[in-house]
Write a protein that binds this ligand. Structure first.
Ligand code: SF4
Ligand code: SF4
Length: 340
């Protein structure tokens, strides 16, 4: 892999800062390493939790970059969450020559098994553990991992210099934490050599086609994958914590419900203190993005922060839903056409 000739694709969700690190990579390649570089991002609805893909192209200074289309065959593909491994669209264009970076606590071997293919070079980083131990954010950790996978140490040093300039006007703590995150991402990323006999495409475009037709398109043309309308699963947006509901402490005041941006709480008619009341049934975790605003606002500590161990490789997590988009989805699945 030529570190001066790279196509990088970063798969993330809104609110995690993938766009910023794409810009940092592009800007440092151009301004510090004097290479040609472009970076741009593709957004969905620009809502926290919806898919975001950032693209970075780098060429040596003799090659003008004339493409401004999304990267279809990345040399480096960075997945902000292991859930993207279930998404053929995210993995599209990956070849045995590519480098795949995954944020996961699982390590390299389970990831190879999940891919079920000849695999590219793998770089894994457990961002959640690092965020629990240090005051760092996921995007800067992933930036460090991408720089490691690029094999270009000059770029890593250039990014540290650039980050000092970028954050010098902020609080000293902000600068320190961001530099720490890039270093940790670079140093803690674990590399495992790919297994491949020859160069070949691992996820060809034919695997990415969902066969929706007039007989099986869901109402309104909704998309059933993570972060889309049918499932609206926001669990990808979490940064390691979710609220834990302690019903015995709850006074059913509803403050959590009015504060929650994603209407995660469900209420049912019932009785509280010998009076009719709407009784909190707790969170439906699939809709919870882990912002913990509900924990801050709860007056009785009936909501506390707990580590998110859902891992996101199973289908659903957490409390049983009462009426959820999952139920709606199941009711509306028509024969064929859905890649389950
Ligand atoms: S804010 Fe706390 S006490 Fe009020 S309904 Fe929510 S969990 Fe219960
Ligand atoms: S952490 Fe609380 S406020 Fe935030 S999305 Fe989840 S339930 Fe809603």
């Amino acid at each position: 892999m030529n570190p001066q000739n790279l196509d990088i694709k970063i798969e993330s969700v809104g609110g995690m800062g993938a766009n910023l690190i794409g810009k940092i990579l592009g800007e440092t390649a151009a301004m510090k390493l004097m290479l040609n570089a472009t970076s741009f991002s593709s957004y969905g609805s620009e809502k926290t939790g919806s898919p975001v893909t950032a693209f970075v192209r780098v060429r040596n200074n003799h090659d003008t970059i004339i493409e401004n289309t999304p990267i279809t065959h990345p040399d480096i593909l960075a997945l902000f969450h292991q859930s993207f491994l279930k998404n053929d669209g995210a993995l599209a264009g990956l070849t045995t020559d590519s480098r795949l970076i995954v944020n996961t606590p699982l390590g390299t071997e389970p990831i190879r098994k999940l891919l079920g293919h000849d695999t590219p070079d793998l770089f894994v980083l457990d961002c959640q553990s690092l965020m629990e131990q240090h005051p760092v954010r996921i995007n800067m950790l992933m930036l460090g991992a991408i720089l490691k996978a690029s094999g270009n140490e000059d770029w890593f040093l250039a990014v540290l210099e650039f980050a000092e300039e970028l954050f010098s006007s902020k609080e000293p703590e902000t600068l320190h934490n961001n530099l720490l995150a890039v270093r940790l991402g670079y140093e803690e990323t674990v590399f495992s050599k790919g297994i491949s006999a020859e160069k070949k495409e691992l996820f060809p475009p034919s695997r990415q086609i969902s066969v929706f037709g007039y007989r099986n398109t869901l109402p309104g043309g909704i998309l059933p994958s993570l972060g889309n309308t049918a499932q609206n699963n926001l669990s990808l947006s979490r940064n390691g914590y979710i609220p834990k509901y302690l019903p015995e402490k709850c006074i059913h005041c509803g403050l959590c419900d009015t504060t929650c941006p994603d209407m995660v709480f469900t209420f049912r008619e019932g009785e509280y203190n010998n009076r009719r009341a709407m009784i909190n049934q707790g969170p439906d975790y699939r809709f919870c993005k882990g912002c913990l605003r509900c924990v801050e606002v709860c007056p009785t500590q009936a909501l506390v922060s707990q580590k998110d161990t859902s891992g996101n490789l199973s289908g659903t997590h957490g409390a049983d839903p009462i009426i959820t988009s999952e139920a709606f989805y199941q009711e509306n699945v028509k024969e064929g056409g859905l890649n389950e």
